[in-house]
Design a protein around this ligand. Structure first.
Ligand SMILES: Cc1ncc(COP(=O)(O)O)c(C=O)c1O
Length: 376
């Protein structure tokens, strides 16, 4: 068996499948384009690593000028901290003793580490843990923009901010407000309206903090779907965008400022290669990527190679997929490799060990998805 690195220098079409490939040129362009967009509005970027789960890509984002990196879980923070990435923000509350200990271990290596809080008892517990270790923990108040996931209702933001500010081992830095439920609204106009409906009142909380003398240097939020919209909010300091680096069918199929039915500002850098393994039917063929290789959520994966229209991917269980052939369709033979844009990038990436980086269809590098499986 060939080791993954032995594919370096070969054509991507020789890779063993199913596998994930990353077009390095598109990746770099996406990183630069988002960085330039944020800078043009005087904002910073704090990209979310839950998308790529790869510390190499986090490093590329930091080298391009990001102010920090977001993670969803402590176990992801551990990987980044171990890899020397500074300024990590954990965007979900950390509440249990064991996790808080792990968070404190990270903090002892990265004094700039931050976490969100949406509960007074949790704030006190974090304060005690930091005090015991002689550390100061940076904290953001998590505001709930009507998503009903984490965060306090806006009206409770100021009192939680006051409590955090009064706790000696916590350092209040500001607020987080991520409106995940508006990111994929198909109509750009409706997304615009809905996002500002939540982000403008969140900006009022930031102003309340400042009027009350509470520290509030950070107002972090926004995703790929609202990256253009939320920059209009003057108080927003940075964007937590995630999917823009890789993109997926779910995002490509929503409207944008340029096109009412497509979002192509960030082309897909990520794709999945899958091999035809059976062709005994007239109206479909079977490929080697099923549920265990292609996450079943979000948009329908789209076949981009061969590029002829009329090839439609369908999930056929754990290990297999079907390519439904609409006449006329190109003749596909067993052993042929197809390239697909994935349905939803974050959970698909989590299914694989490595990303094959390519340039002009040649494999240039192999990078571990080192936060893969880190869901604790
Ligand atoms: C808290 C938080 N911030 C940012 C993001 C990134 O969003 P997107 O991938 O839509 O850019 C996510 C994604 O789920 C998230 O949960």
């Amino acid at each position: 068996m060939r080791h993954q690195r032995e594919f370096i220098g070969l054509s991507k079409w020789e890779l063993d499948t199913p596998c994930l490939v990353m077009d390095e040129e598109i990746l770099e362009k996406n990183i630069r384009a988002m960085q330039a967009h944020a800078a043009s509005f005087g904002k910073q970027l704090r990209p979310h690593a839950k998308t790529h789960k790869c510390s190499h890509i986090a490093r590329m984002q930091m080298e391009a000028g990001c102010t920090g990196i977001c993670v969803a879980k402590v176990s992801e923070a551990e990987v980044l901290v171990k890899n020397g990435i500074k300024g990590v923000l954990v965007t979900s509350p950390v509440v249990t003793d064991h996790k808080i200990e792990r968070l404190m271990d990270c903090l002892s290596h990265d004094p700039g580490l931050m976490v969100v809080v949406d509960n007074p008892a949790n704030a006190r517990k974090l304060n005690e843990a930091a005090e015991k270790r002689g550390l100061k923990l940076n904290v953001l108040v998590d505001l709930d923009p009507g998503m009903g996931r984490t965060g306090v209702p806006y009206k409770e933001g100021l009192s939680l901010g006051r409590l955090i500010d009064s706790l000696p081992s916590l350092r209040l830095q500001g607020v987080q407000c991520y409106a995940g439920h508006v990111q994929h609204i198909p109509s750009f106009e409706e997304r615009w309206r809905k996002s500002l409906e939540w982000m403008e009142p969140a900006a009022e909380i930031v102003r309340q903090f400042r009027r009350s003398g509470l520290p509030c240097d950070i107002f972090t939020g926004a995703g790929t779907g609202t990256y253009e919209i939320d920059c209009r909010v003057a108080e927003l300091t940075d964007l937590q965008v995630g999917s823009y680096v890789m993109m997926d069918a779910e995002y490509l199929n929503i409207g944008s400022s340029q096109n009412p039915s497509r979002f192509e500002k960030f082309p897909p850098a990520l794709s999945l290669l899958t091999t035809v393994i059976s062709t005994n039917h007239d109206d479909f063929i079977t490929v080697d990527a099923g549920l265990k290789a292609l996450y079943h959520h979000g948009g329908t994966p789209s076949v981009i190679r061969p590029s002829e229209p009329g090839l439609q991917y369908e999930w056929r269980g754990d290990e297999h997929g079907r390519i439904v052939l609409q006449r006329p369709s190109p003749k596909l033979e067993i052993g042929e490799v197809l390239e697909l844009v994935v349905s939803h990038c974050d959970p698909t990436v989590n299914l694989f060990d490595v990303l094959y980086f390519t340039r002009d269809e040649m494999v240039k590098g192999v990078w571990p998805i080192d936060m893969r499986g880190k869901c604790q």
